[in-house]
Design a protein around this ligand. Structure first.
Ligand SMILES: Cc1cc2nc3c(=O)[nH]c(=O)nc-3n(C[C@H](O)[C@H](O)[C@H](O)COP(=O)(O)OP(=O)(O)OC[C@H]3O[C@@H](n4cnc5c(N)ncnc54)[C@H](O)[C@@H]3O)c2cc1C
Ligand code: FES
Length: 514
């Protein structure tokens, strides 16, 4: 018996369950054919799909049924009940989909259904070049092929690696609990099989929208029918005494994370500069490696600007329980080989310094190409830039957010992937507006913060539950509008908030957080 089979629980759905056991709108988890399977009814239709999310293995049975889809409770991937297809990132692969037979008052999960093949698009450019082999670029390339596009697809990336799981760089991978084999999103063979040309380790230096051509740093030119810019963000660099010393690191790329891990073998005391998501995740991962950690940041409450004082205070306490020391309301003024100096003159021993003081969107290429820039690359709801046939997605894109009418830019993994998907659809002429509600998550030890919506500024925070017990939903409100909801330990509420925001259902949001 395989390890997976040993974990199979619930009814054997291949052997049949009573029709009445599967009620409309409910999910029934069991197993069939050696796999975990989920049964769901929508009206008279009954569906059976694999019950394990293809992102990180989340339990879909604890997710939310929305129309004929199910959403994963962990990071909000969405699967079609009809086909098993992964409709929304962060899942890239479908779950298996099974035929369901009904006889003698029982439902039986029969064999696996073959995946359906999309028809080739009617109108499509002869070739697509994607600049940036990260979250958005990768999903765009995959989507083009999944939608039946047969033209040339070239994915150009400045990094040496195939697209990889960037959020993991500060979490399990850095903590030593995820092997490097988990980090690539796909193998090189995957891209070869899909006919996606990978050009890695070389940056695009120039875009000429009039000639529909890009020039790479090695002098190669590539013509395009459509171009997607997905160049991501770069860490803000610190320039002060000692900031170029070899024990001073940033964390954006796989190479950065590998370099920090290499230093961890010798390091005993680290200073993490910045109490942002990345800074705090790094602090937690270094603690998991037994390194003493002090976090230095100018703000008085970690994450307070994004999540407010209540959650920020609880996250600070969580880190302190794990031995992290904070020096807040101050900043670094100098770095030496074995210590750092703070603004008040205090010196902290440090043989490793990690700087996590924010990122800036990489817009220089777009700006030099004459595209409209406004604290990011300006795009419309179809993710089109100001130049024809040029799209932008991910951390660089500032798009019109339908819920507030404001143009926003966010730095979230799932948003970048979903924008890559929508940009690819629009390259194929589908006219699909990007209307997803932003979602991100952040992990601190065994505590995950989930956040849906977008709130740059709010005038009120309402709390449901107990923040200090890490069981809460917190609403960020401006006037009568709920702009965002952050949850800890309430995955279902986070999914419900996401769907309520999609529907513009303020009353439902008031039920989640009165
Ligand atoms: C350590 C870390 C942890 C994170 N954790 C989370 C998390 O928990 N949850 C969450 O929601 N978000 C998280 N994020 C943010 C998330 O990873 C980003 O929002 C996301 O990767 C953005 O995707 P993107 O495609 O826009 O850019 P990226 O994924 O950054 O990819 C852009 C790529 O373009 C390349 N590039 C840039 N310029 C050029 C050029 N001229 N030519 C060719 N290639 C170029 C870059 O080298 C890069 O590889 C994290 C980020 C980091 C760094
Ligand atoms: S495990 Fe399902 S979305 Fe991440």
């Amino acid at each position: 018996m395989s390890a997976d089979e040993a974990k199979l629980t619930g009814p054997d759905l291949a052997a049949g369950v009573d029709v009445g056991d599967v009620t409309d709108g409910a999910l029934l988890a069991g197993h069939a054919h050696g796999m975990r399977v989920l049964l769901a009814r929508r009206g008279t239709d009954v569906f059976a799909i694999g019950a394990t999310c293809t992102h990180y293995g989340g339990p879909l049975a604890e997710g939310l049924l929305v129309d004929d889809t199910v959403r994963c409770p962990w990071h909000h991937a969405c699967f079609s009940l009809r086909t098993g297809e992964a409709l929304h990132a962060p899942a890239l692969n479908p779950v298996p989909c099974f035929a369901v037979e009904q006889r003698d008052g029982k439902l039986f999960v029969a064999g696996e259904r073959p995946a359906s093949r999309p028809a080739a698009p009617d109108s499509a450019p002869d070739s697509v070049v994607i600049v940036g082999a990260g979250a958005a670029g990768n999903v765009a390339a995959e989507t083009l092929r999944r939608e039946g596009y047969a033209g040339r697809v070239t994915l150009v990336g400045a990094e040496e690696s195939v697209p990889y799981d960037r959020p993991n760089l500060s979490k399990d991978y850095l903590a030593g609990s995820a092997p490097e084999a988990w980090i690539p999103l796909r193998s090189p063979e995957y891209y070869a099989e899909k006919g996606i040309e990978l050009v890695l380790g070389v940056a695009v230096d120039r875009v000429d929208p009039a000639a529909r051509q890009v020039t790479l740093a090695n002098g190669t030119t590539l013509g395009y029918g459509a171009l997607l810019l997905a160049t991501g963000a770069d860490p803000v660099r610190l320039t002060m005494r000692g900031s170029d010393l070899p024990h001073v690191h940033y964390l954006r790329t796989l190479a950065d994370s590998r370099a920090v891990i290499a230093k961890c073998a010798q390091a005993k005391r680290a200073v993490v500069v910045g109490a942002s998501f990345i800074g705090l995740e790094v602090a937690g991962s270094l603690r998991a490696r037994g390194i003493e950690v002090t976090v230095v940041a100018p703000e008085t409450v970690p994450l307070g600007r994004v999540l407010g004082d209540a959650i920020g205070g609880a996250i600070r306490k969580l880190h302190e329980e794990h031995g992290v020391v904070f020096r807040l309301g101050t900043k670094l003024v100098g770095i030496d080989a074995a210590e750092v100096t703070l603004a008040d003159g205090e010196k902290l021993a440090a043989d490793l310094v990690v700087l996590g003081i924010g990122v800036r969107p990489v817009t220089a290429l777009a700006a030099a190409s004459g595209l409209a820039i406004d604290r990011g690359v300006v795009v419309d709801e179809y993710l089109r830039t100001s130049a024809v046939h040029v799209f932008a997605a991910g951390d660089i894109a500032r798009w019109p957010y339908a819920r507030t009418g404001e143009r926003i830019r966010v730095e979230h993994w799932v948003v970048a992937e979903r924008q890559g998907h929508v940009a690819a659809l629009n390259i194929l002429g589908r006219r699909k507006a990007f209307d997803a509600v932003p979602f991100f998550w952040s992990v601190h030890y065994d505590v995950t913060i989930s956040y849906v919506g977008h709130a740059d500024q709010w005038d009120r925070i309402d709390v449901s539950g107990d923040v200090s017990a890490r069981d809460c939903a917190v609403a960020f409100r401006r006037g009568e509008a709920t702009l965002a909801i952050a949850t800890i330990g309430r995955d279902r509420a986070s999914l419900e908030a996401e769907t309520a925001m999609e529907r513009g259902d303020e009353a439902a949001l008031r039920e989640i957080v009165p």
